[in-house]
Design a protein around this ligand. Structure first.
Ligand SMILES: [Zn+2]
Length: 190
């Protein structure tokens, strides 16, 4: 907001104010911003400044609760190779939950936080959650693709082998028929 909300003047000044914030018997200092108009003297907190303060309070609560930060949540999700929508499906909390967590719009609950830590730190836990959500583990999909690629590469030499097997009796038949007047196919069928 670059104009005074009272007189529309652009002659405004941003004020920094250190504010103590107490939460769960801990107190931290937050720097909040407000605006004062040099023309009419009106003091106000703009919409952007309110949003900024909301984020600071939320971040302070997250720090005191010791819950995962937005970038840490993003890292866990990406490490397992899921989209935000998929991760929301796996962990629950609504289809847009992870978008909100990762943008820092919403703090994860302490129980959701614990679930994410278990998924990150306990081998097999993520696979379990993925399976419960009726989905396929991404790592497993990667393995399947690798197996398919291997099968396809094995398929070619097999073809050559098959070619060899087919060709051999044919050449053998032609050799036989060159030395013998009788029908080689009749002899073979005996
Ligand atoms: Zn003003």
């Amino acid at each position: 907001m670059n104009h005074c909300t009272n007189c529309e003047s652009s002659n405004i000044q941003i004020i920094n104010e250190q504010v103590p914030f107490s939460y769960k018997s801990k107190t931290v200092e937050l720097v909040l911003h407000s605006t004062v108009c040099r023309d009419c003297g009106d003091e106000y907190v703009s919409a952007d400044q309110i949003k900024e303060a909301d984020n600071l309070y939320r971040q302070a609560r997250a720090d005191i609760d010791g819950i995962l930060k937005p970038e840490e949540i993003r890292e866990i999700r990406k490490c397992f190779g899921y989209t935000q929508e998929e991760a929301s499906q796996i962990f629950g909390g609504g289809s847009r939950a992870f978008g909100k967590y990762e943008r820092g719009e919403v703090n994860v609950s302490t129980s959701m936080n614990s679930l994410m830590l278990v998924a990150r730190d306990v081998p097999g836990a993520m696979d379990y959650l993925v399976e419960r959500a009726g989905m396929k583990p991404k790592v497993e999909l990667k393995q399947l693709k690798a197996q398919m690629a291997e099968l396809l590469s094995v398929h070619k030499p097999r073809n050559k082998h098959l070619d060899f097997v087919i060709r051999k009796p044919i050449s053998w038949i032609s050799e036989v028929s060159a030395n013998d007047d009788s029908d080689p196919l009749t002899e073979l069928s005996v």
